[in-house]
Design a protein around this ligand. Structure first.
Ligand code: ADQ
Length: 467
């Protein structure tokens, strides 16, 4: 079996192997005794420019620090304030700064230089996400010719939007130096194909292949999954039970829990969600005192201005809705700006009557899948899901799909979820569970690796992307 080399901004070194990317790559790297290369997570005043090497459970890690200037320019600046907003269709929030772009390019080149001497001829290189759009090209420039793949965890927007990035061509050409380019959805893949044909002069060979400069590039949708069996187990853990016990007094005998769990990010549509709950309370006075909406949203990227503004907006919206509708014995919105561990979340998902997942745009959204995995199949809750989450492509038959910009429509969907008869809840849950358990994280990983290493024996499983 060929050695796998994973490249991602953050690695799972030392920390818990939780969350989508970390679990998926970790298992593959353990299987193949691979190498994981990325940022150490440390910001050094004057950078240790080299690589720190260590091993965990047979997986080799090679990590490097960022200097303060790199952290500002490459990470906080270009990746988070230029690429992230554009890839989430928010050109209005993007901040394009030439110096930050140069810094992003330099970090990619520096990382490639550190990685290249560690590569062996037969390695498979798997690069992750928008932090490393140009990485494959930088490795090629150094002489690397081996099989190389890229997976984009976030959406790829329509060409008109991606073209707003001043250096869009250089970035996209860099991505095209990969042999396989993976997307979360068919719609992201098609946006990229359209862009590449129009802007780079690529030729579309078929739905899943481009040709550029005489090279064939596979482009495919590989919707990322979760370790569903493991997550279901977590929902029965002691910690899960303890979390349920803590929230139960607040729910009493008759209050339905509506749950939202997100990183505090403007792409997640949390203010729209608050407004939809406000509208629901306007429309349905009979629900006053009968529902408890809990939104868990730990602040992220707090050094970025737009995130600080979001925090203020949420504080004020939740305060207003609670002020308008709350009562001596009832607070409609409980908004908790802190993080809970996976066991605790699994327990809360399990007792939530409604899973409210309404991002304005999202690559996939693993919370939607975790919510499904944690349900009791005999008495399942209902998933209310944004049509703009990547997960909607797979989960459209079982979830109630909403347009998160449509406040009234979202309020109606929450109402429908709260009043849905058991038979329909079970039917919908069955459809959801089939996808979440069938197309899980191992399925995703094997599908990508089978294409990255067509000659290889992979793990021997037959993978059908059509499910
Ligand atoms: P994220 O934007 O971080 O990931 P998401 O996929 O929803 O979004 O969540 C990732 C993980 O973080 C999940 O396992 C979830 O449980 C956990 N998490 C989220 N909110 C939390 C909270 N409040 N407290 C504790 N844990 C929380 C990016 C892309 C997504 C894509 C993933 C994987 O933006 O679209 O699905 O990568 O490819």
């Amino acid at each position: 079996m060929k050695r796998l080399v994973g490249v991602s901004n953050r690695t799972a070194a030392g920390g818990p192997k939780a969350g989508g990317l970390a679990v998926a790559l970790w298992d593959a790297l353990v299987q193949r005794k691979g190498l994981w290369f990325g940022w150490s997570g440390e910001v050094a005043g004057t950078a240790r420019r080299g690589v720190e090497l260590f091993e965990e459970e047979g997986v080799e890690f090679a990590v490097t620090d960022l200097t303060e200037a790199e952290h500002e320019g490459y990470y906080l600046g270009y990746a988070n304030r230029a690429l992230w907003p554009v890839l989430h269709y928010r050109v209005d929030l993007a901040n394009f700064d030439e110096e930050q772009y140069d810094c992003y390019r330099d970090v990619n080149r520096r990382f490639a230089k550190l990685l290249y001497p560690r590569l062996r001829e037969d390695d498979l290189v798997w690069i992750h996400d928008y932090h490393f759009f140009p990485m494959a090209q930088d490795l090629r420039d150094l002489g690397w010719t081996g099989r190389t793949g890229f997976f984009l965890h976030v959406p790829f927007p329509p060409p008109e939007i991606f073209k707003s990035v001043p250096d869009h061509r250089a970035l996209a050409k860099g991505v095209c130096a990969n042999d396989v380019i993976g997307f979360q959805t068919v719609s992201d893949r098609d946006n990229f194909a359209k862009y590449s044909v129009a802007e780079l002069g690529a030729k579309q060979l078929d739905d899943e292949a481009l040709s550029l400069d005489g090279r064939r590039i596979a482009i495919r949708a590989y919707p990322i999954g979760i370790d569903a069996v493991e997550f279901q187990k977590l929902s029965h853990s002691e910690e899960a039970k303890a979390a349920i016990e803590r929230i139960e007094p607040f729910l009493g005998d008759s209050r339905a829990l509506i749950l939202g769990v997100d990183r505090m990010d403007y792409s997640k549509g949390i203010p729209n969600r608050f407004q939809a709950v406000g509208r629901l309370l306007d429309n349905a006075p009979e629900l006053h005192g009968k529902i408890a909406y809990t939104q868990i949203a730990p602040p992220s990227r707090t050094k970025v201005e737009e995130y600080a503004e979001l925090r203020e907006q949420l504080d004020s919206l939740a305060g207003r809705i609670n002020g308008d509708y709350g009562d001596l014995d009832w607070i409609p919105i409980r908004y908790l700006a802190r993080s809970y561990n996976r066991d605790q979340l699994a327990g809360l998902y399990r007792i939530a009557r409604v899973g409210l997942v309404t991002p304005l745009h999202d690559g996939m959204n693993l919370v939607a899948k975790e919510y499904v995995a944690a349900q009791d199949p005999e008495d399942p809750g209902v998933l209310v899901l944004s049509q703009f989450a990547g997960a909607a492509e797979q989960l459209k038959d079982g979830a109630l799909l909403v347009n998160p910009h449509d406040t009234a429509g979202t309020a109606d969907a929450i109402h429908e979820a709260l009043t849905m008869p058991l038979a329909e809840r079970k039917r919908r849950h069955e459809a959801l569970a089939e996808v979440v358990f069938g197309q899980d994280i191992a399925w995703w990983r094997e599908a990508f690796l089978a294409d990255l290493d067509p000659s290889g024996n992979g793990s021997g499983s037959v993978v059908s992307l059509r499910g």
